[in-house]
Design a protein around this ligand. Structure first.
Ligand SMILES: Nc1nc2c(ncn2[C@@H]2O[C@H](COP(=O)(O)OP(=O)(O)OP(=O)(O)O)[C@@H](O)[C@H]2O)c(=O)[nH]1
Ligand SMILES: [Mg+2]
Length: 290
């Protein structure tokens, strides 16, 4: 059989995680309309007929503003070095910019065989998509595929093109495994996703979630204790909301999804904690798993 690792790269918010979820057929990575949603490498496994593709979703590449940003960029280029192929995702609805070009150059330098996905074709009109294809086509990559990660259009073609680039190899994951992420990370990410959908402007970047406790109780209910961590005292109130309303809503939304995931009833306890400037503290970043 064929098997291998595919680094999924591109600017923030182009739809990398949505595309990985669509190809895997399960939500393995959270998504949001805010840039820099993904903060870790997440492996999503596509089990095909006689092929296994391990898609490695990664944070969007951007100009780093702090220690976290630098770590994320290093992470992506490190991933690329260990991959059999790359999937370069660009957004059909905004013109190809210096960020895309820089990534294209790095990919070309790396020598890793690359498929380009021109994503969000459901939003862009035909001419825009064609123009984008024409411009991207001047790069010298293996294939160019217009797709919609949201509707699933042409995802099968992406899988086909990537499969063609895979070497002969063993399956890396068992047939029933779709991601390498531990349960507590998946749960923390779901809580963060609900916050991302509800918070405005810069605050989402200041927020992280750590699951500290998962306990199956005799009652058949799984108790989960998680901390919502922000950077400043002033952010604590925002995250809790008037009369605790936002914390409650986010908790309920996350709980519903966690229950579906675990197949049990869940009691989710969220506590808010301030860790001053956690994004710039290497020790804290280590502890939070970055
Ligand atoms: N209309 C449309 N929206 C899409 C498509 N793919 C992704 N999106 C939306 O684009 C936004 C960003 O998607 P993500 O998958 O989180 O993007 P990403 O590239 O992983 O972003 P980062 O992790 O921040 O780098 C979300 O609101 C998605 O719903 C698509 O094909 N069509
Ligand atoms: Mg992402």
């Amino acid at each position: 059989m064929k098997s291998g690792f595919v680094a999924v790269v591109g600017r923030p918010n182009v739809g990398k995680s949505t595309l990985v979820n669509a190809a895997v057929g399960t939500k393995v990575a959270i998504t949001s309309s805010r840039p820099q949603t993904t903060r870790n490498t997440i492996r999503g496994v596509v089990h095909g007929a006689d092929v296994q593709l391990v898609l490695v979703d990664s944070p969007g590449l951007h100009k780093p503003k702090n220690a976290l940003g630098e770590r994320l960029n290093r992470l992506v280029y490190g991933t690329l070095a260990e991959s059999d192929a790359a999937l370069f995702v660009i957004d059909a609805t905004s013109p190809i910019g210096p960020g895309d070009r820089l990534i294209a150059e790095r990919l070309a330098e790396s020598g890793v065989a690359t498929v380009v996905a021109i994503n969000k074709t459901d939003l862009g009109d035909k001419e825009q998509v064609l123009a984008q294809l024409g411009e991207a086509g001047e790069w010298d990559f293996a294939a160019y595929v217009p797709v919609s990660a949201l509707t699933g259009d042409n995802i099968d073609l992406i899988v086909e093109e990537l499969t063609a680039l895979m070497p002969e190899g063993p399956p890396y994951f068992p047939a029933d495994m779709v991601t390498d992420q531990p349960e507590r990370i998946v749960i923390a990410e779901l809580v963060r996703e609900k916050y991302l959908a509800r918070l405005r402007q810069e605050l989402p970047h200041s927020l992280t979630v750590a699951v500290e406790d998962i306990e199956e109780r005799d009652t058949g209910v799984t108790y989960i204790g998680a901390r919502v961590i922000v950077e400043r005292d002033s952010q604590k109130g925002i995250v809790i909301g008037k009369g605790g309303e936002l914390l409650k809503t986010v908790g309920q939304e996350a709980r519903t999804e966690i229950e579906a995931l675990l197949g049990t009833q869940v009691f989710l306890e969220l506590r808010v904690k301030v860790e001053k400037d956690w994004q710039d503290q290497p020790q804290l970043l280590d502890r939070l798993g970055f």
